[in-house]
Ligand binder design. Sequence first.
Ligand code: MN
Length: 415
Amino acid sequence: MTERPLVEDYHEHTSSERHFAEPIVFWDETLRDGEQMPGVHFSPEEKLRIAELLSEIGVSVINAGIPVVSEEEARAVRRLVEAGLKAKVLAAARTVPADVDAVIRSGATHLAVFIAASEVHLRYKLAMSQEQVLAAAVAAVTRGKEAGLHVAFVTEDTVRAPLDFVERLYRAVLDAGADRVVVSDTVGIMTPLTFRWFLKEFQRRVQPKDWSVHCHNDFGLAVANTLAALEVGVTSPHTCVNGLGERAGNAAFEEVAMALESLYGLKTGLDTSRLYEVSRLVEDLAGVPIAPNKALVGYNSFSHEAGIHTHGILKHTLTYEPIQPEKVGRRRQMILGKHTGRAAVVEKLKERRAVADDPLLQALLHEIKSRTEAGGKDRLVKLLQEYRALFERPGLSDEEFWKMVAKLGIATESS
Ligand code: MN
């Protein structure tokens, strides 16, 4: 099996355009942005289980959460710190002294302070001027540095902020000692080319040594944009297992990792054979099912049913699979169904050392196809109905909410 990049010839023609950092520092956001996904909640123990596995896989930085959010959240951060993981434990804070102090108290060695940068956020959300944002940012970074923390400075909505302000703000926090700076595409509006342009402009103006990107998937481009950023030389991608996160989620960890390993032929240092394991763990603990056709970790990613495909796979797996499933900790599956062909049946019979002549094979194929075609969809429809009831409106029901309101004696107008 080849270990070469999968499109090596094309890469030769484009190599002058790529400037990957060495090493690439994976920064996991599953426990922070991923947990902010509607309906998702991890207990401190669950956060620890996910963090331990990510750390074993080789993720470098794990954002454990925002300690000021709740007592439980602060406890989760401390749990991760006390576990002595190989990965650095990071905790996040608004550029507010109390938030930063909560991170300092948590024992996390890494702090990420964040504030919004775009006009629409400053005017409507923060009601702050650019000068006030800049002052708050510098003060928070300084507070973190004085406490001896590794400090990352993050702006929300960086790509929609005026570039001159971005330049002034990031230069100021770097002067204040920020160790790493993060550029965010908070509402997922970049394309690989526009993001590349933005980041090169950012690089020219700010000259960051250690920089991250935080990409959202509103248009399905989070992974593509993250890869575009890494090609420019960004050192640290923010990712979430299974692409969890606010709205359409963040760049999927497994997809970014495997694109680097298999498409570019880079050594990420990650144990990719455990990607499926961490995907399943996060699926279980987040309670968010992944789509069957999800890249790499979806049920169908290495499954074959169609006759032409199974025939090809049985001759040589590279015909219809870009990589070996074992590379992400999976196994190939041959599915017997409506589209099954002779080759798959012959192969299946071998499992019990059986052979069948042509008429018997035809009869068996006929049985398989008619059984599948006759199969009702009742179970699936029932499952989908339950799934929709859960996911169309996660969180508290209206009924539960109004019961709480009544219990606390809050007067309402009855409708
Ligand atoms: Mn986010």
